[in-house]
Design a protein around this ligand. Structure first.
Ligand SMILES: [Zn+2]
Ligand SMILES: [Zn+2]
Length: 311
């Protein structure tokens, strides 16, 4: 853990740093010598965290530091919360997969969160996360998966849908570093206790926002096959080495049992989305309606508790 001008951040690998803001990580990735100068920001945290992200960048690169681009693993509100504020300071392109563009250009909303899965406070609170799509049309650029991102030439972009339709992960073959986004988590992302204490536990994608479990399973398999030696996820601490490879393989092989909820709105019934946005959302089945009501009641209590914990 580094402390620089009172900014607390951690090193992931050479040229890769992370910062945890409340319960979500943002990452800074710098190009190595011999490649285009500069660095990118991966994901943009929760709302209200722009100053923290700027301080993070300036503590590494000095005052006035500015990225050459912002890359989004996906457009959920806990990964894009500070985006509009940051773009007021940094006039830079924002890269996302084509299937995430509708949620960044005001064209579509994500399917609603399912508070009945995951059995945690975060799940119960999930209906209150921002659902309205952002509109940063002028800054958005579509990622070309084959060619990668010009501002980050050494890294491969891997399409890892399931948690979100256009979810991507970033992979550096040189030292097999993986920035996984929410394709999987390294903590139990449904639990406020795990999240706020950053307790290590390699887990499936945050369940309450995952709307295509079949695709999510395939994505974890894809990432396990890359055999990363370093994994930095959107939620949880960095996991490395043998521990990572063994746990990730286990997660991929037992996904249905350990990651996928037994029941839920999107279990066995996936949301459908294309480049125009979400066009099919499975209806609630009556068995889940009651659970949702209980969930909503719990969420109100959850808010109060989390506020107290975050303070
Ligand atoms: Zn997410
Ligand atoms: Zn997330």
């Amino acid at each position: 853990m580094n402390f620089n001008n009172n900014v607390k951040y951690f090193q992931v690998a050479q040229g890769v740093w992370g910062m945890r803001i409340f319960f979500v990580n943002v990452y800074i990735v710098a190009n190595r010598r011999g490649f285009p100068k500069g660095w990118v920001l991966v994901d943009a945290g929760v709302q209200g965290s722009a100053d923290k992200i700027i301080a993070f960048a300036e503590s590494i690169f000095g005052a006035g530091a500015k990225p050459s681009a912002i890359i989004l693993t996906h457009a959920h509100s806990d990964h894009t919360g500070a985006l509009e504020e940051l773009l007021k300071r940094w006039d830079v392109p924002v890269y996302a997969h084509e299937l995430e563009i509708p949620y960044l250009t005001g064209k579509s909303s994500y399917a609603p969160a399912d508070p009945t899965v995951g059995r945690g406070l975060m799940s119960l609170m999930s209906p209150f996360f921002r659902k309205k799509p952002l509109n940063i049309d002028a800054k958005v650029k579509t990622i070309n998966i084959e060619e990668g991102i010009p501002e980050l030439p050494e890294w491969k972009v891997v399409h890892t849908p399931g948690h979100a339709p256009g979810h991507v992960s970033l992979f550096l073959p040189l030292n097999t570093t993986l920035i996984a986004g929410d394709a999987f988590a390294t903590t139990k992302a449904e639990s406020a206790l795990f999240l706020l204490n950053n307790i290590k536990r390699l887990s499936g994608p945050p369940a309450y926002m995952t709307t295509d479990w079949k695709a999510a399973k395939e994505s974890v398999r894809k990432l396990a096959d890359l055999q990363p030696r370093i994994a930095a996820a959107g939620h949880g601490p960095v996991v490395r080495g043998r521990e990572l490879q063994a746990e990730l393989r286990k997660l991929a092989d037992n996904f249905d049992k350990v990651a996928m909820p037994n029941s839920g709105r999107y279990v066995g019934h996936s949301t459908q989305a294309d480049e125009t946005g979400t066009y099919y959302v499975p209806p609630f089945r009556s068995s889940t309606k009651f659970k949702v009501l209980v969930g909503l009641a719990g969420a109100l209590a959850g808010f109060a508790v989390t506020r107290a914990l975050v303070k």
